[in-house]
Design a protein around this ligand. Structure first.
Ligand code: ATP
Length: 456
């Protein structure tokens, strides 16, 4: 029997919804899945792209102190010597002497195996970088690494970007791309995987202004999540203790989200000082400085780095948007996604499959598709179809009924309020555009008419 009482969000519900509706599948599922790798399905890829687009629009398109970059995943191996990753990008690994499961020693209590209670080995440091070989010979000289962060691609291009764009301090370089970490323990769905995507900003500033810019980016990034609908009570800022600070960081805060498994890192904001540019200058022998015209000096800028995870953002947006309620005596699961993140913006639903109705609905569908991702559904009852769209977060359904053939009007039904209104087909596109942009007013051509129908 279907669950009747609305409950709160759990990871099981998010995983089940994701799989059932085509957001996220286990990688290579037909072979039993590949531990901690995930595939984004037809709806997931839209959501993920929308998250990345929202970030890019906010960070690159919307600012004149920022430029974009898309560096390659494989980089010169010296990069990782310079960055400190070869030496320091390690986690302490312990193995259970009985069941041989491996754990991060900082994640186990009482030095006992969390699975069987067995005795654990002494910890040894395990490097998290994936290693592979460039070219046909598998020998040490040909070792390359899959990047564990996108940041280094930005640092090594610092001079290229500076000379080609002639940016002045403060300015930033932004990048979205895959990163790989051979994590010892993974889990919590897409929260911790071995292949994931990052959205990183490296913001170059005069050293004496670093504290100010750190505070600025912390608030700016928090606001970004809020502007896309994350509830304020589900975000918190957590400073790193001295012991916790990464080898390159002078200061670091995490933006944590209250995931179903508890507060966990969504994004890290770090003051990396001049560590990266100085290290790359040392290892490459190239100048990594900025000429300050005011002081007539070459300086090494400090770097403020807001580093966000695409997958963790997707998970946070899914969890935050998920709601259950009783509607017309039935349990309704809704993703209250911000319209700009919703995989489909509009669903077009003909009331029946009858030929003349289908033709009119197809015309509406074809007309809207160049503007937005639009879904067409003509199976099962209209109520069922509304629920299906609610569950995947579609903000608006457009229903074409027999009256539409006479009066050339259609019904728009809102996901969150379930309110319905009728608008002329001629004004549909403008009305939806205004609604999706968050405007309450309906833009109507002269002589247009709107009325409201409740509980149809
Ligand atoms: P954690 O402490 O959770 O291992 P981290 O502090 O090592 O994360 P950073 O190096 O700061 O992570 O990476 C920046 C961002 O990249 C993180 O805030 C997170 O959103 C994302 N990220 C890091 N590791 C993973 C992973 N294994 N799976 C998914 N996203 C990740």
């Amino acid at each position: 029997m279907a669950e009747k009482t609305p409950g709160s969000v759990t990871m099981e519900k998010i995983v089940s919804l994701s799989q059932r509706r085509g957001f996220i599948f286990p990688s290579s599922e037909i072979y039993g899945g590949l531990s901690s790798c995930w595939d984004y399905g037809p709806l997931g890829v839209e959501l993920k792209q929308n998250v990345k687009q929202a970030w890019w629009r906010n960070i690159v398109q919307g600012r004149d102190d920022m430029v974009g970059l898309d560096a390659s995943i494989l980089m010169h191996p010296q990069t990782w010597a310079a960055s400190g990753h070869l030496e320091q990008f390690t986690d302490p690994l312990v193995e259970c002497k009985s069941c041989h499961l491996r754990w991060r020693s900082d994640e186990v209590a009482d030095n006992r195996c969390p699975s069987c209670g067995g005795e654990l080995t002494e910890p040894h440091l395990f490097n998290l970088m994936f290693k592979t070989f460039m070219g046909p010979l598998e020998e040490e000289a040909n070792v390359v690494y899959l990047r564990p962060e996108t940041a280094q691609g930005i640092f090594v291009n610092f001079q290229n970007v500076l000379t080609t764009t002639r940016k002045r301090l403060p300015f930033g370089i932004a990048q979205i791309g895959k990163a790989f970490r051979n994590e010892i323990t993974t889990g919590n769905f897409i929260f911790r995987s071995r292949e994931f995507e990052q959205m990183e900003i490296e913001y170059f500033v005069p050293p004496e202004t670093a504290d100010k810019w750190f505070d600025y980016w912390l608030e700016e990034r928090r606001q970004w999540y809020l502007s896309l609908g994350i509830r304020e009570e589900n975000l918190r800022l957590r400073p790193h203790s001295k012991e916790e600070l990464a080898h390159y960081a002078k200061k670091c805060y995490d933006i944590d989200y209250n995931f179903p498994m508890g507060w966990s890192e969504l994004e890290g904001i770090a003051n990396r000082g001049d560590y990266d540019l100085a290290q790359h200058a040392k290892h490459s022998g190239k100048e990594m400085t900025y000429f300050d015209e005011e002081s007539n000096e070459h300086i090494v800028p400090y770097i403020i780095e807001p580093s966000a995870g695409v997958d963790r953002s997707v998970l946070a947006f899914l969890c935050d948007a998920y709601g259950e309620e009783i509607a017309q005596g039935e349990l309704r699961a809704v993703l209250h996604l911000h319209p700009s993140l919703a995989p489909y913006k509009v669903a077009v639903l003909p009331l029946s499959k009858k030929e003349n109705l289908a033709k009119a609905a197809r015309e509406v569908y074809d007309d809207l598709r160049p503007c937005w991702m639009v879904h067409y559904d003509d199976t099962q009852s209209i109520g069922r179809r509304y629920r299906r769209q609610d569950e995947v977060g579609t903000p608006y359904c457009v229903t074409i009924d027999f009256q539409s053939l006479e009066d050339k009007q259609v019904t728009i039904r809102e996901r969150d309020s379930m309110n319905q209104i009728r608008v002329p087909i001629a004004a549909l596109k403008e009305t939806l555009a205004a609604k999706l942009a968050g405007e309450d007013l309906f833009v109507l051509p002269e002589g247009g008419q709107i009325w409201k129908e409740e509980g149809k």
